[in-house]
Design a protein around this ligand. Structure first.
Ligand code: PGA
Length: 247
């Protein structure tokens, strides 16, 4: 059966440990009985250890970092290494457009991080997406090819791709499911059938059904709506109901 993956990217929200605690507990309990989905929570790294202890009690919730450096250790002030991430989390978002835009991450950096994640047995959630122009899938296709440079075919099953058109992130202007499905099919040619490909960009409980109805899309990466527990749980529920997953 195809996987159904819902990622919650908290970005730099949930700014107190108390907020992070309340949000995680609510989501953990809310998604516990929703069939057929895998939920990956990606809090700020400083909360990873705390949150791993909360979600351990639910086999349906997993943990991811939002970023990491590619070196395993060294004099890199302010960075966290793949080895550190792997101590607490099994996933890591790599190459999010906000990292590319505000922190100067290049396609080369993204590729280094993908290779480092795989080496550390972390599943990279590789983000790609065109900056401005709609109906231009060449940009995410090129980004994905560069991100996966030197990745052996046998490891493509250990990667998750998130197609996130930059113009749709945080704007309320989500991409049409049909358009997304078309780009996803192009990205699919680069990876294997066992590589989940998600959509991200202004996903909420009102538009999630449209994505769940498309067999090409294996899940979603939710930003802003993932720090509102009720909304996030609703997204998970509608996804599962639409796919009519029974387990
Ligand atoms: P958004 O963010 O859901 O707030 O648009 C998506 C993302 O984190 O990429």
């Amino acid at each position: 059966m195809k996987r159904s993956i819902i990622v919650g990217n908290w970005k730099m929200y949930a700014t107190s440990i108390a907020d992070a605690h309340v949000l995680t507990t609510a989501v953990r309990n809310g998604v516990a009985k929703i069939p057929g989905i895998e939920v990956i929570l990606c809090p700020p790294s400083i909360w990873l250890t705390e949150i791993s202890s909360i979600i351990k009690k639910n086999p349906k919730s997993f943990l991811g970092a939002q970023n990491m450096f590619n070196e395993p250790e060294g004099a890199y002030t302010g960075e966290i290494s793949p080895l550190m991430v792997k101590e607490v989390a099994d996933y890591c978002i790599i190459g999010h457009s906000e990292r590319r835009e505000y922190f100067g991450e290049t396609d080369f950096d993204v590729n280094e991080k993908v290779l480092a994640a795989l080496k550390a047995r972390i599943t990279p959630i590789v983000c790609v997406g065109e900056r401005k122009v709609k109906n231009k899938p060449d940009e995410p296709v090129r980004e994905l090819k560069e991100a996966l440079d030197n990745v052996p075919k046998s490891r493509l099953k250990d990667i998750i791709v998130a197609y996130e058109p930059v113009w749709a992130i945080g704007t309320g202007e989500n991409a049409e499911p049909e358009y997304v499905a078309r780009v996803v099919s192009k990205l699919r040619e680069i990876v294997s059938d066992s590589t989940p490909i998600l959509y991200g960009g202004s996903v909420n409980s009102k538009n999630i059904k449209g994505y769940a109805e498309r067999p090409e899309i294996d899940g979603v990466l939710v930003g802003g709506a993932s720090v509102r527990s009720g909304e996030f749980i609703q997204i998970c529920k509608i996804w599962s109901d639409t796919k009519a997953i029974k387990k």
